[in-house]
Write a new protein. Structure first.
Length: 262
C-alpha cells in the first residue's frame, strides 16, 4: 500500500467516517484514506471486525477510531458521529459504504418478502440518510465537506432476482442527487460510486455461480474485477480530495467498463 500517513498526504488534517469498514471495500477505503493522512472512524455492525481493521491501521501510525454502529438505527448513527467529533474534533468526509441484504442469492420478485426488501432499504438508503443527517453540521463547518454514497451497477441496469438490492441502490442515487442540490450552498459535495470489486459477497458469488462469474469477467472490458484498495480506495481518495472539488451530484462507474456492455 502507498505511504502518505501524517502531513504528506492529500487528506492530512481531515477526518473521515467510513461505514461498513470492518471488511471488504469499506476496510480498503478506510486504509486508502488513512494512507493519505486522514484520521478515520471505522464503523460497522460487528465490533470485532472494525477493531481488527483499526488496529492494523494504527500499527502503521494512522489516527483511527473503531465504533460498533448499525446505521439502520438512527441512535447508533448519532452516537457514532458524536464519538468521532469527541475524538477528532470534526468530520470532513463521509463514506456511506454499508449495505445489508443478500445480493448473492437470487429470489424471484413474486417470492420477495417485505422483510427482505426492508433490510436492504434500512441498511442502505435509510442508513445513509441517518449518517448524512448526523454528519451534516460538521460537514457544513468543514469548508471542504464531501460525501460518497455507494450505489451499484445492479441498481443502474437491473438484475433478475435482486429486487430489494436493486431498488435500494437506485434509492441511493436519488438521495445523492437531492442532497447534492440542497447541500451545495454549504460547500458540501455529494457523489455516488458504483463499484465492481472483490469483496466477501463477490467471493461467495464466485463460489456459488462459477460459470456466471466467468461470463461476467469476460463481459468486463478490462477483464478483471477491481482491487478494493488500488482501484476503489484510491479513487475515493481522489473523489473526496481537492483534486475533484468541482464535482457533485455525479455517479462514477468504477466497474472496469461493465456498464458499457450491458
Amino acid at each position: 500500500m502507498a505511504s502518505g500517513l501524517g502531513q504528506a498526504g492529500r487528506l492530512a488534517g481531515r477526518v473521515a467516517v467510513v461505514t461498513g469498514a470492518g471488511q471488504g471495500l469499506g476496510r480498503a477505503i478506510a486504509a486508502a484514506l488513512a494512507d493519505e493522512g486522514a484520521a478515520v472512524a471505522l464503523l460497522g455492525r460487528t465490533e470485532s471486525k472494525v477493531v481488527d481493521a483499526a488496529e492494523e491501521l494504527a500499527g502503521k501510525g494512522a489516527r483511527v477510531l473503531a465504533l460498533r454502529c448499525d446505521v439502520a438505527e438512527r441512535a447508533d448513527a448519532q452516537a457514532a458521529v458524536a464519538a468521532t467529533l469527541a475524538a477528532f474534533g470534526g468530520v470532513d468526509i463521509l463514506v456511506n459504504n454499508a449495505q445489508g441484504g443478500n445480493n448473492t442469492v437470487r429470489i424471484p420478485t413474486v417470492d420477495a418478502t417485505d422483510a427482505e426488501l426492508l433490510e436492504s432499504f434500512e441498511t442502505g438508503p435509510l442508513g445513509s440518510v441517518h449518517m448524512m443527517q448526523a454528519c451534516f453540521e460538521a460537514l457544513r463547518d468543514s469548508g471542504h465537506g464531501a460525501v460518497v454514497n455507494f450505489g451499484s451497477g445492479i441498481g443502474v441496469r437491473g438484475a433478475p432476482g435482486l429486487l430489494g438490492y436493486a431498488m435500494a441502490k437506485e434509492a441511493i442515487g436519488g438521495l445523492t442527487k437531492v442532497t447534492a442540490i440542497e447541500w451545495g450552498r454549504y460547500g458540501i459535495r455529494v457523489n455516488q460510486v458504483c463499484p465492481a470489486a472483490w469483496s466477501p459477497a463477490a467471493e461467495e458469488y464466485m463460489k456459488q455461480s462459477p460459470e456466471r462469474w466467468e461470463l461476467q469477467r469476460r463481459q468486463t472490458p478490462l477483464r478483471r474485477l477491481g482491487d478494493p484498495y488500488a482501484d476503489i480506495g484510491r479513487a475515493i481518495v481522489s473523489l473526496v480530495s481537492d483534486d475533484m472539488q468541482y464535482l457533485t451530484g455525479a455517479t462514477l462507474m468504477l466497474d472496469g467498463g461493465q456498464i458499457l456492455l450491458r
